[in-house]
Write a protein that binds this ligand. Structure first.
Ligand SMILES: Nc1ncnc2c1ncn2[C@@H]1O[C@H](COP(=O)(O)OP(=O)(O)O)[C@@H](O)[C@H]1O
Ligand SMILES: [Mg+2]
Length: 283
């Protein structure tokens, strides 16, 4: 159980000035702004994601989301939990603008996603790092090229690629694996490549859909620690997950979705809302 040590009840948002400076560095903020942020008490609560009466009905008639209202402050770490078919992936797909809401509005970083023009999409997608359950790596490209590809599609210069890719691979602990192909990596390593690819733009948001769904518990925990580090560096993280152990240990914000609606939103939550033990809820 040594693996879990040091990550007990550390949920909630409470940043020190040093954390803020680190976050500012990660976001490329000036020193003057950093001072401002440290002095501004409500900095942490600036909403960067908001859903306002969001409905999503697929062409098949399935109502996947029904009147979802949600506010996520900058730097938050949110677990989306709920049974299969509840609407978690739909919420994720709306957030990355793969789908549009049928009704209602979604704002991310001040922009209403439904009104965003097609030409604004690449810029938006650079702000958002995506991680999926099945990694979605390109099998015929090496580790290095998989990560570099994310920059190449946006037309980044070769010198930028040469500095950013090793940095991202280093962050996820894959330095030395540059020339390996995905098929020769373990599941955990493949997910690290996917995370490096998500990180290479230094995104403000990390959106993950069941990122540990294909991994054994120890590997899942290692991957989760990476997400925690990325969050501590300032990225806002929204993660759909079925990993009950991790959710219960980390005691972060838990939003439970059931039949397309938010059934529960707990600041320092658990996977299941155990009504038989009200003292747990009160923590
Ligand atoms: N592209 C789609 N077309 C039609 N129905 C869909 C589509 N994607 C998801 N659904 C339906 O919407 C509901 C929510 O699905 P989803 O968001 O994938 O849930 P979860 O990720 O929580 O399992 C389910 O009933 C599912 O069958
Ligand atoms: Mg899903």
């Amino acid at each position: 159980m040594a693996l879990w040590e040091g990550f007990g009840n550390s949920g909630g948002i409470g940043y020190t000035a040093r954390d803020l400076a680190t976050r500012a560095f990660w976001r490329g903020t000036s020193q003057q702004e950093t001072h401002l942020m440290v002095l501004t008490p409500d900095f942490d609560t600036r909403p960067v994601i908001s859903f306002q009466h969001v409905w999503k009905t697929y062409p098949t008639g399935t109502e996947a989301l029904r009147d979802v209202n949600l506010v996520v402050p900058e730097g938050d770490f949110v677990f989306l939990v709920g049974p299969s078919g509840a609407g978690k992936s739909t919420l994720v797909r709306l957030l990355i603008r793969e789908e549009k809401p049928s009704k209602g509005k979604i704002f991310v970083d001040g922009t209403e996603l439904g009104r965003m023009k097609r030409r604004q999409l690449p810029r938006y997608r650079r702000k958002v790092g995506l991680v999926f359950q099945d990694f979605k790596l390109l099998p015929n490209l090496t580790v290095y090229e998989n990560v570099a590809f994310a920059l190449r599609v946006h037309g980044e210069a070769e010198h930028t690629i040469k500095s950013r890719v090793p940095e991202a691979l280093d962050t996820v602990g894959l330095a030395g694996k540059e020339n390996t192909y995905p098929a020769n990596l373990s599941g955990g390593e493949q997910q690290r490549v996917a995370i490096a690819r998500a990180l290479v733009h230094a995104p403000r948001f990390i959106i993950a859909d069941e990122p540990t769904g294909n991994l054994d518990p120890a590997t899942a925990w290692e991957i989760m620690q990476l997400f925690l580090r990325i969050n501590a560096r300032g990225a806002t993280v929204v993660m759909a997950t079925h990993n009950r152990e991790i959710v219960d240990l980390l005691r972060r914000r838990v939003i439970a979705i059931d039949a397309g609606q938010i059934a529960r939103d707990d600041r320092s939550g658990r996977y299941h809302d155990d009504l038989s033990k009200p003292q747990i809820r009160a923590q």
